[in-house]
Write a protein that binds this ligand. Structure first.
Ligand code: GLV
Ligand code: MN
Ligand code: MN
Length: 405
């Protein structure tokens, strides 16, 4: 818990936790994590996407590798546990196994990813997609809001962009990917249970929505003649909310809006919105996107605006591997814990990792289900249960004849 506080203090905005991908705060957090990995006896390396990797070789040379990880980037004004918990806990589990003199038959690598939140650049999961070998060809040229290309940010962070594609792992050398994460929802708390086993991660798409009208003088352009992009965008925000409310299993969010030119006495000629849309059922999400697209076009037509939806991110829902679900459940049982099965509405690096290998996830109860907020909180006792479950999973389940793969 002390380490999580320590990471939480590494922020670009004093008084809050804000640590975006490839910033100097991310660098500082990566260096701290690398030190903890070394203390845990792990061999540390840094890949070309900014991921810190801590490796423990298996007893058998050439054994396949189990990847355990989470992320150390955050949203703006975040909590201290989203991502960091899974990294710190995995390091602690490996350190404790070492103290107990346990050597696993397979190799383990703890991965501290850097781009799970996708807050800085328009694309998301760059670090886990690099490992999975699914990066888009244009990824190095994407730019942050200040116009800094990913290529430049990587170089500044200490990575060689030319090696980015080489980060991809050989699927034949990987056993799977397991992640421990806070639930970020209220289910475990309501059930009175410290941990849960994830069944699937919701698929998600993100869009930049460009609404274009005509800028004009706020005092002289008569109301009926206006083509106000911001007023149109406001109607679109409410339409998105309504459509998602009316569709079971769908959530949709406009989290950001920019008006241009953005002055008190100018009718907005342009508005840019973000849209994030998710569902555990891919069909529901695809249909939701279609309906939103039609509705926004109809609002734009009626107001003599144009609207353009540009997809910036898309991942299908990811079903957790049945073997991982059952092994994590057995591990929890062995500790006298009920591992409640539940889906994840939040996105995780597993969405990218599933293209490489089977995935599994363990959730930890969090207070009030609050996340992406400074009030995010977990109980130390629950964290200990999750750490012991992960250790049990690694030692007992994976070495007693019920191998992962
Ligand atoms: C990441 O936390 C996401 O679900 O957007
Ligand atoms: Mn997260
Ligand atoms: Mn998050």
């Amino acid at each position: 818990m002390g380490r999580l506080d320590q990471l939480g203090a590494i922020t670009s905005v004093p008084g809050e936790v804000t640590r975006l991908y490839l910033t100097k705060e991310h660098r500082a957090a990566a260096d701290v994590v690398a030190g903890w990995m070394r203390d845990a006896g792990l061999a540390v390396s840094h890949d070309a996407a900014g991921t810190v990797v801590g490796r423990a070789d298996g007893a058998t040379s050439g054994a396949r590798t189990l990847l355990i990880g989470s992320h150390i980037d955050t949203v703006r004004n975040a909590g201290r546990y989203d991502g960091c918990l899974g990294v710190v806990l995995a390091i602690e589990a490996m350190a404790e196994l070492r103290r107990l003199g346990k050597c696993l038959p397979f190799a383990v690598e703890v991965l501290a990813f850097g781009d799970e939140e996708g807050v800085r650049f328009p694309k998301t999961l760059t670090s886990s997609r690099a490992v999975a070998g699914t990066l888009d060809d244009d990824v190095l040229d994407i730019k942050d809001a200040d116009g800094v290309p990913l290529k430049e940010a990587l170089t500044k962070f200490g990575c060689d962009p030319a090696k980015l594609k080489k980060v991809a792992r050989d699927p034949g050398a990987v056993l799977g990917y397991v992640e421990v994460h806070i639930e970020q929802g209220p289910v475990l708390e309501a059930e009175g249970l410290p941990i849960g086993v994830v069944t699937a991660i919701s698929g998600a798409n993100r869009f930049r929505i460009e609404v274009t009208g005509k800028a004009g003088h706020a005092g002289t352009v008569p109301m009926p003649q206006r083509r106000d992009a911001l007023a149109g965008a406001a109607e679109m925000v409410l339409a998105v909310e309504r459509m998602a409310r009316e569709t079971a299993g769908l959530v949709a969010t406009v989290g950001q809006i920019t008006a241009k030119p953005g002055a008190v006495n100018v009718v907005a000629g342009e508005a840019i919105l973000t849209l994030d849309i998710r569902s555990p059922v891919d069909r529901t999400r695809r249909r939701g996107i279609q309906q939103i697209d039609q509705e926004l076009r109809s609002i734009a037509r009626r107001r003599h605006l144009t609207v353009n939806m540009v997809e910036t991110y898309g991942e299908k829902s990811a079903t957790c591997d049945q073997r991982f679900i059952s092994h994590l459940t057995t591990a929890a049982d062995a500790l006298g814990q009920t591992a409640y099965g539940l889906p994840s509405g939040a996105g995780h690096d597993g969405l990218a990792m599933i293209k490489l290998c089977p995935i599994g996830m363990l959730f930890v109860r969090c207070k009030g289900g609050v996340s992406h907020h400074p009030d995010e909180a977990v109980k130390a006792d629950d964290v200990e249960i999750a750490t012991r479950t992960l250790m049990e999973f690694l030692v007992r389940v994976c070495t007693t004849g019920r191998a992962i793969a």
